[in-house]
Design a protein around this ligand. Sequence first.
Ligand code: HPA
Length: 274
Amino acid sequence: MTAVYERLQNCYKNIQDQICVRPKVALVLGSGLGDYADGIRIESTLDYHEISGFPVSTVSGHKGRFVFGYVKDVPVVIMQGRVHYYEGYPMEDVVLPIRLMKMMGAEILFLTNAAGGVNYDFHAGDFMMITDQISDFVPSPLIGPNVEELGERFPDMSHIYDPKLCQVLRETSHDLGISLKEGTYLQLTGPNFESPHEVRMCRILGADAVGMSTACEAVAANHMKMRICGISCISNMACGMTEQPLSHTEVKETADQVAPRFKELITEAIVRMG
Ligand code: HPA
């Protein structure tokens, strides 16, 4: 057994007794969305720092806990606060929570984040369904001995974002009258925002949005054959596309403003996926 799997199993054993819901959907909340979890039917919560060996997020505005409960009747586990590579954790730690949620029983991974718009057709406050990703600027979380218990050595990446779940998101947004853009998400390490030419590079590579999370989580989940979907909240246009300098405050403010609609979309989509 690999050290990674042993650690994962230990983590799971530690918390097993405190998981009162077998989740179908695992939801990761991005910046500005953290309080979504407070509005669901909560059965229990588990602070990350109570889990021995678990990485703890240090970003302001990110709580660090799992929330177990129901979105309408769909059993879910929610990550209120994720772990970022730029915090200094190795990739193995960054994706540990994702692997743990699969061990809890989650089949679907619903990823959300705040991201910078790279596509000139986007505006701050837009929502973008992630249809594909570019993760080559961060190390793959699968580097190292393959964890056979989780998945194969060379996983196919043709459909990281599940086409059927994407269709559910499309139909849900249409029915709710919420505009949903589509595009490719590119992950950089952060924590600095990009320079104008880095943003230009992202666009040339085919990215529509840029961020500092998510793609590595999707790589780990795809390895485990979870069904994945994701939505970015375009919290700002990326550096160099407007005159305005970027700040984390702006990212949070925009995400907060559009959060009610984002929550509506997520809730209805989860109900239809359940
Ligand atoms: N760049 C990278 N990550 C981000 C941005 C951005 O402009 N906005 C929110 N997360």
